[in-house]
Design a protein around this ligand. Structure first.
Ligand SMILES: Nc1ncnc2c1ncn2[C@@H]1O[C@H](COP(=O)(O)OP(=O)(O)OP(=O)(O)O)[C@@H](O)[C@H]1O
Ligand SMILES: [Mg+2]
Length: 369
C-alpha cells in the first residue's frame, strides 16, 4: 500500500511519500507548499506571462466546489497577499471549507506522480498528525472525515482519483520522534533505539502554535500548546517596523516569511516595498528574534519545570530555523535540532505508516504459518 504522510500545518503544508521507480529503488518525495491559496482568476496574468520564468503555481479543482484555485510553492511571488485564502485557525479548523480544499489539493499533489491516479484509482493510506490540544475525539473525527474515502482532484486540467482506505492520526510530536527513530522503510535505526525507553521533550515551533510535549517510552506523558507560533514573531517585527515610519506600512507577514528565508545575519534582511526602495530591517529582526527566543525558553521552563529527568529535548518545526539556536543550546545542553525541521513531522508520519504496515504484514505471516 502507498503511504501518504501529510502535515497540514497552519502556515505550511508538508507532504511526504515514496514511489518505486524503474530499477526498483524508491524515489523520495518531500514537498513544502503554503497552507493558503487563491482563486485562480485572481492570479491575473502573473501565471501566463510570456517573459521570465513560469511560476510554480498550478490550477486545482475539486468536485465539491465550483471554483478553480491557484496553489503552489511560488504563490508568494505573485504579490497578491490581500486575496490569499488562509487556513490558519485555532477553533474548528478541520471542519472549515478552506481546510477541506487544502486537504484535497494536498492529496492530488502527491497523487499526481503516480500513473495509477490518472488511468485508474490510486489506493493509499494516509498518516497525519495534529497539535496535542487537537488530539481529542471530535477534532480527530473531523480530520478523518475530510481525508477518508474517494477524492477527485483536477490539477492543470488533468484529473486524478485517490481512494484513501485508512487514515491514522497521531500527535504531531510523536511524528517528530518517529522521524528520528525509524528509517524510510519503517525499520528502527539501532543507533536511535534509545528513544524507545527515554524521556524526550519535543518543542515544535510552528507557524501558529508552539507545542511542548513530553514523551516517556514513546507515549505522550504531558502536553502544552501555546498560540505564539512564528506568526507572533512576524507580528512583533511588523509592529516595530511600522513604528519606524510610513514607508513600512505595506509590510505583511507573507512578505516577512520570504524576507527571513532569503536573508541571513551576514547578508542582512531587506524589505522592498517597490522596486526603487530597499529598507534594511536587520536590526529589528535580530532584536525581535532575541526576545522571541527568550520568551520561548521561559515557556519551556514553565512547562517542564524540572529537566532533571529529560534525556533529550528535540526542537522541530519550521520555526526552529528562526530562533537563536546558540541561546537554546547554552540553556539546555541536551537540546537537539531536528534535521530539516520543517519537514520532520510529515516524514515521521510517513515512516510511522510504513512501520505499522510492516507489523501488520508480520502478523499476517505468523497467522499463515
Ligand atoms: N529555513 C527557514 N527560514 C526561514 N523561515 C522558515 C524556514 N523554515 C521554515 N520557516 C518558517 O517557519 C514558519 C513555521 O513553519 P511550519 O511549517 O513549522 O509551520 P506550520 O507547521 O504550518 O504551523 P503549525 O505547526 O502551527 O500548524 C513558517 O512561517 C515558515 O515559513
Ligand atoms: Mg507544524
Amino acid at each position: 500500500m502507498i503511504i501518504f504522510g501529510l502535515d497540514l500545518g497552519n502556515k505550511q503544508t508538508k507532504l511526504f511519500s515514496t514511489k518505486t521507480i524503474g530499477n526498483g529503488d524508491n524515489k523520495v518525495e518531500g514537498k513544502v507548499l503554503p497552507s493558503h491559496f487563491l482563486y485562480y482568476d485572481d492570479l491575473g496574468n502573473a501565471e501566463t506571462s510570456v517573459f521570465g520564468n513560469k511560476l510554480n503555481i498550478r490550477k486545482y479543482k475539486t468536485e465539491f466546489d465550483d471554483e478553480e484555485y491557484g496553489w503552489g510553492p511560488d504563490l508568494h511571488k505573485v504579490h497578491n497577499n490581500e486575496n490569499l485564502l488562509d487556513t490558519i485557525g485555532f477553533e474548528k479548523r478541520y471542519s472549515t471549507h478552506e481546510f477541506k480544499l487544502l486537504a484535497n489539493f494536498a492529496l492530488g499533489e502527491l497523487a499526481k506522480d503516480f500513473e495509477e491516479a490518472t488511468d485508474n484509482i490510486l489506493a493509499v493510506n494516509v498518516v497525519t498528525g495534529v497539535p496535542s490540544d487537537d488530539f481529542n475525539e471530535s477534532s480527530v473525527k473531523d480530520l478523518i472525515k475530510v481525508l477518508n474515502g474517494r477524492h477527485n482532484i483536477t490539477i492543470d486540467d488533468v484529473s486524478y482519483t485517490v481512494d484513501v482506505k485508512e487514515v491514522q492520526v497521531i500527535p504531531q510530536s510523536i511524528g517528530t520522534v518517529y522521524n528520528e527513530l525509524l528509517d524510510n522503510d519503517g525499520h528502527i535505526n539501532p543507533e536511535k533505539e534509545y528513544y524507545l525507553e527515554e524521556e524526550t521533550t519535543v518543542v515544535d515551533i510552528g507557524g501558529g502554535t508552539i507545542l511542548i510535549d513530553t514523551l516517556k517510552n514513546m507515549n505522550l506523558a504531558s502536553k502544552t500548546q501555546y498560540t505564539t507560533g512564528i506568526y507572533t514573531l512576524y507580528d512583533m517585527i511588523i509592529e516595530k517596523a511600522k513604528d519606524k515610519g510610513n514607508e513600512y506600512s505595506s509590510l505583511t507577514a507573507y512578505d516577512l516569511e520570504v524576507i527571513l528565508r532569503e536573508g541571513n545575519d551576514d547578508k542582512g534582511y531587506y524589505f522592498k516595498p517597490n522596486k526603487n526602495v530597499t529598507l534594511d530591517i536587520s536590526d529589528i529582526v535580530k532584536r525581535v528574534r532575541a526576545r522571541y527566543t527568550r520568551d520561548l525558553i521561559n515557556k519551556i521552563n514553565k512547562t517542564i519545570k524540572s529537566t532533571s529527568s529529560t534525556d533529550t529535548m528535540l526542537l522541530t518545526g519550521g520555526g526552529a530555523n528562526l530562533v537563536d539556536r546558540d541561546e537554546i543550546v547554552a540553556r539546555y545542553k541536551f537540546a537537539l535540532f531536528a534535521e530539516n525541521s520543517e519537514t520532520a513531522n510529515s516524514k515521521g508520519f510517513f515512516k510511522y505508516g510504513k512501520a505499522v504496515m510492516n507489523s501488520d504484514e508480520e502478523a499476517a505471516a505468523t497467522v499463515e504459518e
